[in-house]
Design a protein around this ligand. Structure first.
Ligand SMILES: NC(=O)C1=CN([C@@H]2O[C@H](COP(=O)(O)OP(=O)(O)OC[C@H]3O[C@@H](n4cnc5c(N)ncnc54)[C@H](OP(=O)(O)O)[C@@H]3O)[C@@H](O)[C@H]2O)C=CC1
Ligand SMILES: Nc1c(N[C@@H]2O[C@H](COP(=O)(O)O)[C@@H](O)[C@H]2O)[nH]c(=O)[nH]c1=O
Ligand SMILES: [Zn+2]
Length: 355
C-alpha cells in the first residue's frame, strides 16, 4: 500500500511506532506491573518481525519481535522500532539492549525514554556506545500515554488513580438510611459487569470506612475473567473485624489504620498511618511501597471527595443510573475538569472525565 508513496523519514518512523503502539495494547493488563511495549523489525521498508511484552515475568517486546524474524541474518541490516527504551538491567529477564547489540541491529528508533530509575537512558547510552544509530522521541506523548500507569508510578511515586462511583440523575450516591449491609444499586447489571472488568484490569481498589460498614463490599472480580485486585480500606480505629467480607482472605487486602494494636494476619496486612496528618500522601506512599501501579477509589463520598480536593486523581469514571432518589447522600463533585467522554451502557450513562 505504501510502496508507491514517498514517505519522509519522520512519517516512516511515526508509521512504525504507531504499529508498535497497536501491538503494545495486546499486553497492557497482563504485563503489569511491567509496562507493555510493542516492537517491530523493519528491513527494506517491510515489517519482518513483530512482538509485544509477554505476561508478567515473560520476555519483553524486543526479544519477541527479534525471535519472530525468520531470516536472522537480515537483522544486521534492519531497523528496530520500539515504543519504550530497551531495558538495560537484569529483572526477570536479561537486558534487551544487550540482545539488540548481540544481534548487530544497526538502527533503533525509540518512542520514549524509560522513566524507571534503573534504566532511564542507560539502554540508549549502551546501544550508542556499541555504535548503534539511535533515534529517540517519536510519538513520545502517545507512547507515554500507552503506559500511563507505569509513567505515573515512576514519575509521581504513586499509583495512577481512577475515581469511580455510581450516582442517580439527581446526583445522589446512596439513600439516607440503610437497613442491611448491602450496596444500594444505582447502576444496571451491565455497568456492574464493566466495574468487575475494571477490577481485573487495575491493581488495587480502595474504599472508606463507612462504605465497609454500610455495604460490606467484596471488591472481587466475580462477574468477569481474571484476577482479583488488591483490596485496600481505611480503618482509623479498627471498626472492621473478621466478620466483614474484606477480611475473608479471597484477595490480598491492606488496611490503613492508626491503631497499632492491630497486627497483620493471614488475611489482612495492616499499614500504619498518622491520621492527624494529611492521610492521602501517606496512602500513596504505602501503595507505592507495595508496587501498586494503579488504584481505583470506589467510594464513598468523603473518601472520593478528599482525593478530588487534594488533586490526587488521573481519571474519573462516573456511572449515571436512570432513577432519581430525590434525597440521600450527595455524590462527589468535580468542579473543574479538562475533557469528558460519554458512553451508553443500556440506560446508564458512563461519564469518563480527565483533570
Ligand atoms: N454509589 C456508589 O458508587 C457508592 C456509594 N457508596 C455509599 O457511600 C456511603 C459511604 O460514604 P461516606 O459516608 O462518605 O463514607 P466513606 O466510605 O467515604 O468513609 C468515610 C470515613 O473514612 C475515613 N476517611 C475517608 N477519607 C479520609 C481522609 N481523607 N482522611 C482521613 N480519614 C478518611 C474516615 O473514617 P473515620 O471517621 O473513622 O476516621 C471517614 O469517616 C455508603 O452509604 C455507601 O453505600 C459507597 C461507595 C460507592
Ligand atoms: N452502589 C453501587 C456501587 N457501589 C460500590 O460497589 C461496592 C460493592 O462491591 P461488591 O461487594 O464487590 O459488589 C460498594 O461498596 C461500593 O463501593 N457501584 C456501582 O458500580 N454501582 C452502584 O450502584
Ligand atoms: Zn527489556
Amino acid at each position: 500500500m505504501f510502496k508507491d508513496t514517498v514517505l519522509s523519514i519522520l512519517e516512516k518512523h511515526e508509521l512504525y511506532i504507531s504499529r508498535c503502539l497497536q501491538l503494545a495494547k495486546q499486553g497492557t493488563f497482563a504485563a503489569m506491573p511491567n509496562p507493555s511495549v510493542g516492537a517491530v523489525v523493519v528491513y527494506n521498508d517491510k515489517i519482518i518481525g513483530e512482538g509485544f511484552t509477554s505476561a508478567y515475568g515473560g520476555p519483553h517486546a524486543e526479544p519477541n519481535a527479534i525471535a519472530s524474524v525468520k531470516n536472522q541474518e537480515l537483522l544486521k541490516e534492519s531497523t528496530l522500532y520500539v515504543s519504550l527504551e530497551p531495558c538495560s538491567h537484569f529483572g526477570k529477564t536479561p537486558p534487551c539492549c544487550d540482545l539488540v547489540i548481540a544481534k548487530q541491529i544497526p538502527r533503533v528508533v525509540i518512542g520514549t525514554v524509560d522513566p524507571f530509575a534503573k534504566v532511564c537512558g542507560r539502554g540508549i547510552q549502551k546501544m550508542r556506545e556499541a555504535g548503534i544509530d539511535v533515534v529517540v522521541g517519536v510519538l513520545e506523548k502517545e507512547c507515554q500515554e500507552s503506559n500511563k500507569r507505569f509513567f505515573t508510578f515512576h514519575q509521581k511515586q504513586r499509583p495512577y488513580i481512577i475515581l469511580k462511583w455510581a450516582e442517580t440523575p439527581d446526583h445522589y450516591l446512596a439513600p439516607l438510611t440503610r437497613d442491611n449491609q448491602r450496596p444500594f444499586w444505582i447502576s444496571n447489571t451491565y455497568s456492574k459487569q464493566t466495574v468487575h472488568q475494571y477490577r481485573s484490569e487495575e491493581m488495587a481498589f480502595l474504599v472508606g470506612t463507612q462504605t465497609v460498614l454500610d455495604d460490606n463490599p467484596s471488591l472481587t472480580t466475580r462477574d468477569w475473567y481474571g484476577n482479583n485486585p488488591v483490596r485496600v480500606y481505611l480503618d482509623r480505629t479498627g471498626k472492621i473485624d473478621s466478620s466483614f467480607a474484606l477480611q475473608n482472605g479471597e484477595a490480598k487486602t491492606i488496611c490503613i489504620t492508626a491503631n497499632e494494636a492491630l497486627v497483620t494476619t493471614e488475611n489482612v496486612i495492616y499499614e500504619y498511618a498518622d491520621f492527624d496528618q494529611e492521610l492521602l500522601p501517606q496512602v500513596c506512599a504505602i501503595l507505592y511501597r507495595h508496587n501498586i501501579l494503579s488504584l481505583v477509589v470506589e467510594g464513598g463520598r468523603q473518601t472520593l471527595q478528599s482525593f478530588i480536593d487534594h488533586n490526587l486523581w488521573d481519571e474519573a469514571r462516573i456511572f449515571v443510573g436512570e432513577t432519581n432518589l430525590h434525597e440521600g447522600l450527595k455524590a462527589p463533585v468535580i468542579s473543574k475538569f479538562d475533557t469528558e467522554e460519554k458512553h451508553l451502557i443500556l440506560n446508564d450513562t458512563l461519564r469518563i472525565v480527565f483533570p
